[in-house]
Ligand binder design. Sequence first.
Ligand code: UD1
Length: 415
Amino acid sequence: MFGGKSLFGSVKVSGSKNGSLPVMAATLLFNSPVFLSNVPYLLDVDTMAKIISSLGGRVEFKGNSQVLIDPSNVSSYEPPLEPVIAMRASFLVAGALLARFGKAKVALPGGCAIGSRPVDIHLKGFEMLGAKRSIEHGFVNLECEKLKGANIYLPYPSVGATENLIMASVFAEGMTVIDNAAKEPEIVGLSDFLNLCGAKIKGAGSRTIEIEGVRSLHSIDNYTIIPDRIEAGTLMLAGAITKGDIFLEKISCDFLESVIEKMTEAGIEVLPEKNGIRVRCKSRPKPVTIKTSPHPGFPTDMQAQFMALLSVGDGTSVITEMVFENRYLHAEELNRLGADIRIDGRTAVVVGVDHLSGAPVRALDLRAGAALVIAGLVAEGETRVFGLSHLNRGYENLEFKLKNLGASISKEVLS
Ligand code: UD1
């Protein structure tokens, strides 16, 4: 890619990756086909589809972001090792399989580049619902006679644990209360989907979620996945860093308050309009202070992209990463482009520079890759981003969308 072109025009935000994965996992609770729309076609979505197929389900991508999942013939509670260790969110099938079969055998997802990412909170919750668990040869074995509703307090509002426990308790006898639950919009999406199909879940989006067990779920004609707030935020910053003027279709500001607050502080104009958001920026971003935290705080999934923006800011910014212990893999790569970023533990000090210069860089995780693409949009000369597989995990047609907005980018250089 060659930096220096301002982005202009309109871009459509895809369906949410993190919204699709739990809903896809939740289809394992059904005995009839489920039709989903606005599902982005991504590597992670494909991985989840492979897991469902390997368990005996049928997954058909219909084109136009529609997916039909028929879980009627799911007969196994043991997903294969490979897709599970390839993607941490695969562990989301554990709750649904436990609810359906009273059993699940799922590989421990293990660590990943951005941190150790244990599943202790998920497992403790399953135990409180009455499951016995053991860990042998790298697999978690869960087993129960009948799951029973319980009061579960999460020591940390883990997104995945909240989703897994919602799925596990949908058929549990009596009432389950999850306290200190995650409040992310994707949790609301999962609960809305399950409620439309007959579940009784109250309070999603707040710290306390109540689930009254039901006997079965029924299909609905269609469930539309919520828009991807992280893709939207990424595109907004791409527009802003290039001093462009772009319009994001199919997204509201509701999902993005904390990111928009920081963009506004940085001097970027974010204008809510009918059916979308307009983003304009005319000058170098002003420095800001950012601390990531669970929703509604500033999302860790936007930290890397904001760091790219602030690397060309007019002053010194400070970022503190509070969710993952090792999520600064992009900092050294941004420095290769001429940024001035110093990391000390969980804190990053970003001294804004007046220009970046293109270089070969490596995407070491998904959002780190997005940050490098954003930086490459303004770096003088050519930037080659290696590690395309990370970007493909979470962004649908990113290079196409940026190209349509006027960026000089092609997949060949995103290798
Ligand atoms: C989800 C998102 C991911 C996002 C993250 C935080 C999906 C598919 N992924 O990941 O994009 O970055 O939320 O917003 O939705 N933790 C434990 N024990 C546990 C579970 C989590 O210690 O049992 C810790 C993790 O190590 C991490 C923190 O809690 O430090 C947040 O993790 P969690 O909220 O569970 O994130 P994920 O669900 O994995």
